[in-house]
Design a binder for this molecule. Structure first.
Ligand code: ZN
Length: 468
């Protein structure tokens, strides 16, 4: 077992001694976890990746790109680095299949991470420190540097086991997911580089599961950000008049609050999962006449504004929602207007809901499910993700994509303080990806099931169903 006073003994030394102490500490810790040499090495590579400070608002992507390219080189993978926007490289590895003409699979992850508030972290967020229980603390340990390295580790293990994929496997590392991916995944998925890969199935990120069942996501809610502006005439603060801007805005806020409650009630009663309802939250209010000491108290202002973050699942009736906005939330009769800051579509480029089928109509889903079972895992009921990821850019093109981060019995800490992942859970995730790759890209599974080559492009209508 690791010595509990190990961290203390590792401090206050010269750099050389510090390094030695760090190595001893690591060895003591991994001894407590009883890891094989290969597993120790895999954990070290994960820690190395976590140490790259790719934090917003100004991530430096070049050092991490160099590190990843080196990893790809070690594995003998074809490597391509493309910059659709300068300073924002996309790294794509390819493990060529024995039948490269078959539709391929893509394993995507992002290299950037969200900002940290250092004061709240018990270990520095870019030190990737592992505690005596095997928890590795770092920004990105769950979101989603774990997944990126697990893809590569799974490939490493499969290569050593002599596995040869029938269809090609591509692994992409993209920038800027945390700021909507406009300069990253979006441009990559729209590029001719991507088209050339002939991708039929994509895996991207999910979230940790607090119980023993892996979470998997088959769709995402679209972002609708807008603000409503109310206009009225200015007046003395003492007068009671109709048609005041703030009264109009209150009308709007009340209508939206009623709608929010009705949606929230569906979640509270258990009728719907959170990803299946339309969420709306008031994120700012702007009104009043500023004065040097605050606000002028005896003027009713002529304008007032409220901003909203709304998330819309692909199953929502968007025409009805738009009508609601026009007629109930921001009717012109109340001197209300609105403007979208962002309004993502809920359909793919073919006008169908951007949903990946999670039933027998989708051969990729069948194989994915099978692989999880073979890896000894169990899946929770598939869900619609509450937020957004780069997987939406794949679904937009009608390509089936699942959001999946193999972490069970782990608190959900993405974007939170003290984000960590346990080394054992990380290593288990590698095994899960090995099984996924074997099942989805191998010529045959061990039981002699028919070749998966029947899973064609997996694209478009036959894999999309609208009942979900
Ligand atoms: Zn992420």
């Amino acid at each position: 077992m690791a010595s509990p006073d190990c961290p203390r003994r590792c401090s206050s030394r010269t750099p050389a001694l510090l390094l030695l102490s760090a190595i001893i500490c690591f060895q003591q810790l991994v001894k407590g976890l009883s890891l094989s040499t290969e597993e120790e090495d895999a954990v070290k590579r994960f820690q190395e990746y976590l140490k790259f400070d790719t934090v917003h608002p100004s991530p430096d992507y070049y050092p991490v790109t160099e590190f990843l390219s080196e990893q790809g080189k070690q594995l003998g993978l074809d490597t391509k680095v493309v910059e659709y926007v300068q300073g924002k490289p996309v790294v794509v590895f390819t493990w060529q299949g024995t039948e490269p003409s078959l539709p391929s699979i893509l394993l995507n992850s992002h290299t950037d991470v969200v900002p940290v508030e250092h004061a709240y972290w018990k270990h520095p967020p870019f030190a990737a420190k592992m505690d005596e229980g095997g928890n590795i603390y770092a920004r990105g340990s769950q979101d989603m540097k774990c997944v990126g390295m697990q893809y590569l580790e799974a490939i490493r293990n499969l290569m050593s086991a002599g596995f040869k994929p029938q269809r090609s496997i591509h692994v992409s590392f993209v920038p800027d997911e945390e700021i909507a991916g406009g300069d990253g995944a979006k441009l990559f998925y729209e590029s001719s580089d991507f088209k050339e890969l002939n991708v039929a199935f994509v895996l991207d990120e999910g979230v940790a599961s607090q119980d023993g069942n892996y979470k998997v996501f088959y769709a995402e809610r679209s972002v609708w950000w807008f603000y409503i502006t109310a206009a009225g005439h200015p007046a003395h603060g003492s007068r009671l008049l109709d048609g005041m801007a703030l009264e109009h805005l209150r009308f709007s806020l009340n209508a939206i609050a009623d709608f929010r409650k009705s949606e929230f009630d569906k979640v509270k009663s258990g009728e719907k999962a959170e990803g299946e309802i339309i969420s709306i939250n008031n994120v700012y209010l702007k009104a009043g006449t500023p004065s040097p000491t605050g606000f002028v108290m005896n003027i009713q202002p002529s304008h007032a504004e409220a901003g909203f973050d709304m998330r819309v699942p692909p199953v929502a009736d968007v025409d009805a929602l738009q009508k609601r906005l026009d007629e109930e939330w921001a009717p012109a009769s109340k001197n209300l207007t609105y403007r979208f800051v962002q309004k993502d579509k809920v359909t793919d480029n073919f006008g169908k809901p951007a949903i990946t089928a999670v039933d027998d109509s989708n051969p990729w889903w069948i194989m994915f499910k099978e692989a999880i079972a073979k890896a000894g895992g169990t899946l929770a009921k598939p869900e619609i993700l509450m937020g957004s990821t780069d997987a939406r850019y794949a679904r937009e093109q009608g390509i089936p994509a699942l959001g999946f981060s193999p972490m069970t019995n782990t608190p959900i800490l993405l974007h939170e303080h003290n984000e960590f992942l346990n080394a054992k859970e990380y290593l288990m995730g590698i095994k899960v990806y090995e099984q996924i790759l074997r099942t989805c890209t191998g010529p045959k599974d061990e039981s002699g099931e028919p070749s998966n080559s029947k899973a064609g492009s997996g694209v478009l209508s036959e894999t999309i169903h609208t009942e979900l």
